[in-house]
Structures are given as structure tokens and as C-alpha cells.
Design a protein around this ligand. Sequence first.
Ligand code: FNR
Length: 371
Amino acid sequence: MSSAQRKDDHVRLAMEQQYAHSGRNQFDEVSFVHHALAGIDRPDVSLGTAFAGITWQAPLYINAMTGGSAKTGAINRDLAIAARETGIAIASGSMHAYFKDPSCADTFRVLRTENPDGFVMANVNATASADDARRAIDLIRADALQIHLNTAQETPMPEGDRSFASWAPQIERIAAAAGVPVIVKEVGNGLSRQTVLALAGLGAAAADVSGRGGTDFARIENGRRELADYAYLHDWGQSTAACLLDAQDTGLPLLASGGVRTPLDVARALALGAGAVGSSGGFLRTLLDGGGVPALVAKISTWLDQLAALQTMLGAPTPAHLTRCDLLIHGELRSFCADRGIDTRRLAQRSSPSPSSGSADALHEMTGSTR
Ligand code: FNR
């Protein structure tokens, strides 16, 4: 099967998944403690974020998806326009199709030509040579490079990779040669604390945990098999919320993607420590559902507006201040935390003042505001 055909299959099967998804995931097991006097004024709220030396005007990005065929080139053009119109960052899909067949370069280059001043990320897998990674970065004048890890996708893929041992040393080589920050990401199965710690040692600038709860590539690849005999790999891995909890305090900046459905999920992920939050399948669905670029621009604008509104209610003048909000962890996610040694009581009480301060101090500490 040609690489272009595979890219078209991924889009088609990811869209089928969007329609079939139950709508529930583990973000539902994270809730904010409501403090009725915590609110601040909307003009005092900013969406700006900074991580790994990168600053964005909003903590949201269109995550890696596609390129490599005529159809997916048109999708990249539309995604790039939406990123430009809303001022959020965007990632390319895997650029291996370009290494194999440079005639498809325009299907990736369009990400830059339509969005000359935006923050654009190139995307390769962990078998790319350092030279190819540089070619990918150069083609779209990328501001950062994503390297994707996808063992649970490769395994059921008939033509998939079966050799994973070289990935860690190759990430280190690519990171040393890239010349831009390297963000290592999963594709929907999540990164464990141990993986994030390893990535920090390999020279990654940040890790995008991209956990379970949204697009499921084991399911997509199983759907491409004649016998579909890998159904038991569906829903493999840890949820995005679980990954953020697992990898807090590793020291490596974290990004969050995987099953982000609403502005509340964005706020939850930021409160769990993500520097920014990405969406792929959900944004693609909005684009392809009939409304095209205007629908996606409207959706992203609404999300940004509502995220600012949530920050106002929660008393968080910046996205980073959301990490001071009290969070309750419920259900299976709570069991995960217990077994992984994650202290959920601390999360539920982190806005509390020290015992010596008075009630006015308590409120200001709770809201993160200064006098
Ligand atoms: C993806 N994803 C992806 N990731 C990556 O690093 N390189 C890639 O080429 C692709 N290709 C791709 C195609 C399509 C159609 C989709 C929907 C997704 C994975 C993506 O970046 C993200 O990690 C997961 O999709 C989880 O996020 P969502 O979709 O649940 O928001």
C-alpha cells in the first residue's frame, strides 16, 4: 500500500472513530473544587503560556495529523489557515512520506506558506536520521520538532515497525542535531513517568503525553487489517489525565493531548500541569464535518474565549495559575494514583493557606492574585 493511501485511510478511520466514540473519558474523573469567592476580573486574565523557552499567546495547538497525499495536503492548508486566523500553534503530520517521495513536499510546505509567521512544528518518527529531521525542519522552517512514539500503532500495522530498541539513542542524536526544541510525543497511548524521565535524559525539551481517551491508533490500524485480529489492543495505555499526574515533578515541561473535548478539558489539563494543550481528531472532525475553515476558526475562538472565562471563574490570571487550583480525582483515575504513589489529597488542598495567615490572605492565596 502506498504511503499516500495510508494517510487517507488514517483520516477516514479517525473520522469514523470520532462518530463512534462514547464521549466519555478520564478527564471526567478530574473536577475542580468550587470556591465561590475565588473569581477575578476578565480584563486581568491572560492566555499566554511559556514552556521550554517557548512562549505562545494561547495554551492551545493543533496537534500532528497529516500530509503526504493530495487530499491531506488540502487538509493541511485548511488547518494552517485556521492556526493563522486564531494565532495558535500547529504541528505537521509525520513527514516520512516526504523523505520517501520529495514530490509530496508541497503537502507539508503549505503549513508554512499559509502561516508564514505562526509557530509551526515538524514531525518525524524515532527512526529518522538526524539529517532527515533537519530536512523536515528546513522544509517548513519549523520552530520546533516533534518526534512521535507509537509502538501500539506499529504493532497491529501490517507494514509496521518491529524494531524499537534503537528509538532512545536515535532521539538523542536527533535532539543534539535539531537546532530547535524537540518535543517527544505519543500518538494516543500516553507517556509514563519512567518514559518522561528517560526523555529528559535524551535531550527532549518537552514531552507531549498524548494519552488514551480520544483518537486510538491501535484501533485505526486494526481496522486496516483484513482479519482485524488485534481488537484486544483497543484502548491501550494511560489516559491523558493519568499521564499528567504520573509525570508531575519530573522536571521536563509537559504538553497534553489525547481526548481533549472541551475548554473544560483544556483547563483540567493545564491544572494538571500541562504548559499547553493540543487537539487532533476533534479539530479535524470540525473541519471535515461540512463547515470547513470557518467552523474550525469559530470552534478554536470559542475555546479560547471560554478558557479565559473559566480562568476568570477559577481565579487564575494565567494558565499557569490553574496549577494552584484544588482538584478532586475520582474513580479509576483515583485507583491509578493510589497504585502509582500519587498523592491526591495534596492536589485537593493545594490552594489552602498556611495555618498562620488570615482569611483575606486565604482568598488571595487561593486566587493567586497579588495586592
Ligand atoms: C494523528 N496523530 C499523529 N501524530 C503524530 O505524531 N504524527 C502523525 O503523523 C499523526 N497522524 C495522525 C493522523 C490523524 C488523522 C489523527 C487524528 C492523529 C496523533 C495525534 O497527534 C494525537 O497524538 C492523537 O490523535 C491524540 O489526540 P486526539 O486526536 O485525541 O485529540
